[in-house]
Write a protein that binds this ligand. Structure first.
Ligand code: ASP
Ligand code: MG
Length: 407
């Protein structure tokens, strides 16, 4: 007998019929003898609808009241699912975040979970019931309703699984797992059977938006085995687990990419202590996040060039700030480009294999793709290229690393 936490997202509970399908699936697990806790999102589109209502009255909405309003979405789904389970002879009980006691801090609209009281849930499970918990919501020390940020039900599910020391946390969604890359860009992308937490974090933060990033961090920290799978089809999905548990590791697990970056360069700045701080300080003060940073040694040894990337939405703002900085520093010139894309190969296997970077560069060179920036970490190599080469680059790398073939 295993203790399983299952999370169903908005699409999976998007209609009465789909809720009934979820109930059937939950019952099958329970009939096998497993204990099941179900965490659900609001029906698809519902959270947006509620935010729309709030904004029609007050814009920007009061964060505390917005939480009161948004939390109703999940409350509807838990009640409906509990009824559907009841209707097919599967005893169950629904709980809001406040009832379970999902205790959070008081940061409305982006609260963090502090603790979860597992006793109520355990008592129900031991009495043979399925427990249905509202995702995305909690309650602070004062009893105020809080929510965890958009997509937060993933994190609710992982936190419940951690609190109960569940055997697995299954995230049911509208895709059947995590892919080697986005199948819309490379149709030969393959579903991965396994991926490590670290790899998943790199893949997720780089645009493979299957799971809320925070839920993956949480699962890694508390060692909760996490599985992503489809609520519409049968299948094993993708298991996200610790590196030690992986049987055999491919060198590269996947290719992530982001189209939403822009790069800025300041040319001919004096090469002396404090330069990086003078350039990036004002950017940080404006709350603009910087991703890649490159500083060159200039040929004349007196000045240097400095390049960094930001989110494309911040490009114009960053450019204006950098122009002011350039003037203050008597730098030669500021240039920028917001038609770039970042492509990364990700894999823990890189740690133990040499020559991965050169293989990547060779594959891009063969297609005549110019690399504009490069950065590396222990399990990732990223390049910036012109946006128009994104698809070509992803496909070239996908075949160079034979990601279409089973490891
Ligand atoms: N219903 C919330 C949202 O739409 C939380 C979630 O679905 O995970 O963001
Ligand atoms: Mg979601």
């Amino acid at each position: 007998m295993a203790l399983i936490v299952q999370k169903y997202g908005g699409t999976s509970v998007g209609s009465v019929e789909r809720i009934q399908n979820v109930a059937q699936r939950v019952k099958r697990w329970r009939d096998q003898g497993d204990q099941v806790v179900v965490v659900v999102s609001a029906m698809s589109g519902e959270t947006d609808r509620l935010i729309g209502l709030a904004k029609a009255i007050q814009n920007p909405p009061n964060p505390r009241e917005l939480d009161v309003i948004m939390a109703t979405g999940e409350q509807v789904t838990i009640g409906l699912l509990a009824m559907a389970l009841d209707g097919i002879g599967c005893p169950s009980r629904s709980y809001t975040g406040g009832q379970v006691q999902v205790l959070t801090d008081s940061a409305h609209n982006k609260a963090r979970i502090r603790d979860i009281e597992g006793a109520n849930i355990r008592a129900d499970l031991d009495a043979g019931r399925v427990v249905v918990v509202a995702g995305f919501q909690g309650v602070d020390e004062q009893g105020n309703i809080t929510t965890l940020g958009r997509g937060g039900s993933d994190t609710s599910a992982v936190a419940v699984a951690a609190a109960l020391s569940a055997d697995e946390c299954q995230i049911y969604t509208d895709v059947d797992g995590v892919y080697t890359t986005d199948p819309r860009v490379e149709p030969r992308a393959r579903k991965l059977d396994r991926i490590t937490f670290e790899e998943m974090l790199e893949m997720a933060s780089l645009g493979s938006k299957v799971l809320q990033i925070r839920s993956v961090e949480f699962a890694g920290k508390y060692k909760v085995p996490l599985r992503v799978l489809s609520s519409l089809e049968e299948g094993e999905g993708t298991l996200i687990s610790l590196e030690e548990d992986a049987v055999e590791q491919a060198v590269i697990s996947g290719i992530a990419f982001a189209r939403d970056e822009a790069k800025l360069t300041i040319l001919g700045v004096p090469d002396q202590p404090g330069v990086a701080y003078k350039i990036l300080g004002p950017i940080a003060d404006a709350n603009i996040e910087v991703d890649m940073i490159i500083q060159n040694i200039a040929a004349d040894e007196a000045t240097t060039d400095f390049t960094f990337t930001v989110h494309r939405n911040d490009y114009q703002r960053a450019l204006a700030i950098l122009k002011d900085t350039a003037e203050a520093m008597a730098a030669r010139q500021v240039t920028g480009d917001d038609r770039i894309a970042k492509i990364s190969i990700v894999g823990v296997g890189m740690r133990s294999h040499a020559g991965i970077a050169s293989k990547m560069f060779a594959a891009l060179a063969k297609e005549g793709i110019n690399i504009r920036m490069i950065s590396t970490s222990e399990i990732k190599i990223s390049v910036v290229v012109d946006e128009k080469y994104l698809e070509l680059a992803v496909r070239a790398l996908h075949s160079a690393f034979e990601l279409d073939k089973t490891a």
